[in-house]
Design a protein. Structure first.
Length: 401
């Protein structure tokens, strides 16, 4: 009679927040290493949403909330973009009354409800010994809460904005920068053909890395970022001059979605907010384009210059991961297992000073990570600057921590 191998424990894994290329490779790395080390792996669906919605009943159909992962399942998705576990911006400690699952409505009927007690019970019901959340600062801030409640957390940082504190690199950033450069180059032909200003809005709510790195790499003439409120007349002056000097008579500016005019605030699409309290950003690129068309005349002998305006949006977060976002998630997944095998938790795996490492997970809630304007951004020229690249990280302008 064949012997059944006794499992060492159960590992839960989830992906929260926005999708990025590199999530599936991370899930694959965790699962394959964990299975080979003797662990069972449960994929929790829709971020924290699966742990909120599930029922603690062995007869209940919880297939929409979680599934046991196997090598066959993760190998099928491991080379692709997005997350096959799906994602959401659910924050279990702030569930609106309308979003409380039907089977919990009698118990939780406030306008905003903290369902953390249910999440903790659900983790126990599933027998999860270690939880690996993959996400940005919002997803991981709730992971810190669970760690404080006694859950064994090993976190993996993910966000194309690259603004999770404590790490040089977050999954999704490289592909975002690669796509931004590529798409900017595609749109150059139209801008040059019509001798226009090219305005591209990119992601970046609080941090301007996704605008800074492509600009530093030569994709754009100028960029405006959340960390510095910009003067639209100065931007117009610079872009008109850039256009004049260009033999093809065009110039390019990258606009972070969180960028703000001098004296203004962030631009929002509507008043609706997600569970983390974030209103949906959008429209700053169009506003900048309209203002540039208006202001350009005073720097172009009284004649306005037309604008091509494009929001890159989900085009930079969809599709397959690039090389870095295939390699780093593989390493992060294995680093997470290294910690679990040592019974270490309350940690986040990171790249620090060019090497893989780990830091306390509560760094996510104890500090912020934004572009160091004084060191890396020329506020007069509205573009990146540097004094020396020697001993800087791979992506140059990672905040010190």
């Amino acid at each position: 009679m064949a012997k059944t191998q006794k499992i060492k424990g159960v590992i839960g894994i989830l992906t929260g927040g926005g999708d990025v290329p590199g999530l599936n490779p991370a899930i694959r790395a965790v699962t394959i290493r964990a299975k080979r080390e003797g662990y069972k792996v449960i994929g929790l669906k829709r971020g924290w949403g699966g742990l909120v919605a599930m029922k603690r009943d062995t007869k209940a159909d919880n297939s929409e909330c979680y599934e046991e992962l196997t090598e066959i399942i993760v190998n099928r998705a491991g080379r692709t973009g997005g997350t096959f576990l799906h994602s959401s911006r659910t924050k279990a400690s702030k569930i609106p009354k309308a979003n409380v699952p039907d089977h919990l409505k009698d118990k939780y009927n406030d306008e905003i409800n903290d369902l953390t007690p249910e999440v903790l019970k659900n983790l126990d019901f599933l027998g999860i010994d270690y939880l690996i959340p993959i996400g940005g600062d919002d997803t991981l801030s709730y992971a810190v809460r669970l760690y404080q409640e006694g859950v064994k957390i090993v976190a993996i940082p993910k966000t194309m904005d690259n603004d999770v504190p404590g790490t040089d690199y977050c999954i999704g950033f490289s592909t975002c920068v690669t796509r931004t450069i590529s798409m900017t180059n595609i749109l150059r032909t139209s801008a040059g053909s019509h001798e226009r200003l090219l305005v591209l809005e990119v992601f970046g709510r609080y941090a301007g890395y996704t605008a800074m790195l492509p600009t530093m790499a030569g994709a754009a003439n100028r960029c405006v970022i959340p960390e510095h409120k910009f003067d639209i007349e100065r931007l117009a002056e610079l872009l008109v001059d850039d256009r004049y000097k260009n033999p093809s008579k065009y110039s390019v500016v990258l606009v972070s979605e969180g960028a703000m005019f001098k004296g203004g605030e962030m631009t929002f699409l509507d008043n609706e907010k997600d569970m983390f309290g974030h209103a949906k950003l959008g429209g700053i690129g169009e506003l900048v384009g309209a203002k540039l068309r208006e202001k350009s005349a005073q720097f172009n002998k009284g004649k306005s210059i037309n604008v091509i305006n494009q929001k890159l949006g989900y085009l930079v977060r969809g599709g397959d991961p690039d090389a870095i976002d295939s390699i780093v998630p593989m390493a992060y997944g294995n680093l997470a297992l290294d910690l679990i095998l040592k019974n270490l938790h309350g940690r986040m795996v990171v790249v620090k000073n060019g090497r893989y490492d780990n830091v306390p997970v509560d760094i996510v809630t104890s500090t912020t990570k934004t572009v160091n304007v004084e060191r890396f951004y020329n506020v007069d020229r509205l573009r990146p600057f540097y004094k020396s690249f020697e001993m800087n990280p791979l992506f140059i302008m990672t905040s010190d921590f």
